[in-house]
Design a protein around this ligand. Structure first.
Ligand SMILES: NC(=O)c1ccc[n+]([C@@H]2O[C@H](COP(=O)([O-])OP(=O)(O)OC[C@H]3O[C@@H](n4cnc5c(N)ncnc54)[C@H](O)[C@@H]3O)[C@@H](O)[C@H]2O)c1
Ligand SMILES: O=P(O)(O)OC[C@H](O)CO
Length: 342
């Protein structure tokens, strides 16, 4: 993609919390931004009230943000499509845009997760669905939608194999309150953004059980070791995991109650069944699906991810969370670091 290519207007597909917050951030910078949500009632409400009362109440849309209803027309005439739907709707979104997308229109997404059932990385899914001609990018990092919408200081990362696209996309968001970094390591960014959701469930469970700060810090640190093992096995850069999309997002979601993944874990740890906890949270919890898919990838790569494994046992096999903590604590003694072999 050339440095002069024009990404405007951006069409944001998915009018949930994150799609709306990202659309508002671009529009605040004066970039023409179109927001589309599939629910007609919701669309009409946003168009009339000029806010997204369902997900981000009380924050007015900037003038450069328009709510669009004719998604087909919008796809054909936009300069860039940003997908912000849950991972289970990602393939469906690609299929929807594909027939209408102009040959080289760049596509990015802010979805965190893997493809359902196969555990494929979304970058690979998008590349095989859309072909080689579209620049692709992933947006990830420690960023709660409500804080971005409220214009609170935030930093995140844009990853693309196309450096010009990464730079231009980052430029759409960059502002005095939003610092956006770029990287070429699409693999590392996706792995960090996916696995942290599963680990946030584990941290929530631990806190919900009433275990202390020591246990939470241990889960974050050993969870990071699990992310690193998977990332290394799949060929990501270790450095990425020490950045915003790795440790940054892991800390955010494991420690702050705004995280829906952590909220799910807290509810389970406090004694709700998994089904009741899901109903209680009542929002998108990506770590539920991700747990299964991350475990699949770990088995394929023949690596150990004991915390993710215990989260799967609690979520899908009815394990008592206390038994899972015992299983983690009773693992054989291990070295954190062994001396290098000369
Ligand atoms: N909320 C955050 O703070 C945040 C931050 C960073 C990343 N993310 C990621 O962004 C993604 C979206 O999360 P969210 O918080 O916006 O979720 P959300 O539940 O707030 O909204 C999801 C939206 O997607 C819509 N949707 C579902 N299926 C769709 C489809 N097939 N086509 C079009 N729209 C569809 C829903 O109607 C809903 O409006 C997730 O992968 C999440 O992990 C969220
Ligand atoms: O609410 P969560 O747990 O989905 O986390 C939201 C974002 O991914 C935080 O970066």
């Amino acid at each position: 993609m050339s440095e002069q290519a024009n990404l405007s207007p951006t069409l944001v597909l998915g009018a949930g919390a994150w799609g709306t917050a990202l659309a508002m951030a671009m529009a605040r910078n004066g970039h023409e931004t179109w927001l589309w949500g599939r629910d007609k009632q919701h669309y009409l409400q946003m168009q009339t009230s000029r806010e997204n009362a369902k997900y981000l109440p009380g924050i007015a849309f900037p003038d450069a943000l328009s709510v669009v209803d004719d998604v087909h027309k919008a796809i054909q005439s936009c300069g860039h499509v940003l997908i912000s739907v849950p991972s289970k709707a990602f393939v469906e979104s690609l299929q929807m845009i594909k027939p209408m997308l102009a040959a080289k229109t760049p596509v990015s997404w802010a979805t965190k997760g893997l493809a359902p059932d196969t555990g494929e990385l979304l970058y690979d899914v998008a590349r095989s669905a859309l072909g080689e001609s579209h620049p692709l990018a992933v947006i990830s990092g420690p960023s709660f939608a409500a804080e971005v919408a409220a214009n609170l200081p935030t930093a995140f990362t844009v990853a693309s194999e196309d450096g010009d696209f990464a730079k231009q996309l980052a430029g759409l968001f960059h502002s005095p309150t939003l610092r956006v970094y770029t990287t070429y390591d699409v693999l590392g960014v996706q792995i960090g953004g996916t696995v942290k959701n599963v680990l946030a469930i584990s941290a929530g469970i631990s806190d919900g059980l009433g275990y202390g700060a020591n246990a939470r810090a241990a889960l974050i640190t050993r969870g990071m070791a699990e992310i690193r093992r998977l990332a290394a096995a799949l060929g990501a850069e270790t450095e990425t995991l020490f950045g915003l999309s790795g440790i940054g997002d892991l800390i955010l979601t494991c420690t702050d109650d705004q995280s829906r993944n952590r909220q799910l874990g807290l509810a389970i740890g406090r004694g709700l069944s998994v089904d009741d906890a899901v109903k209680f949270v009542g929002k998108t919890v990506e770590g539920m699906d991700a747990a299964r898919e991350v475990m699949l990838r770990a088995r394929q790569a023949d690596i150990e991810m004991p915390i993710v494994e215990q989260v799967c046992k609690i979520l899908f096999e009815g394990y008592d969370p206390r038994e899972s903590v015992q299983a983690l604590l009773c693992r054989e003694q291990k070295a954190e670091l062994t001396p290098p072999v000369n």
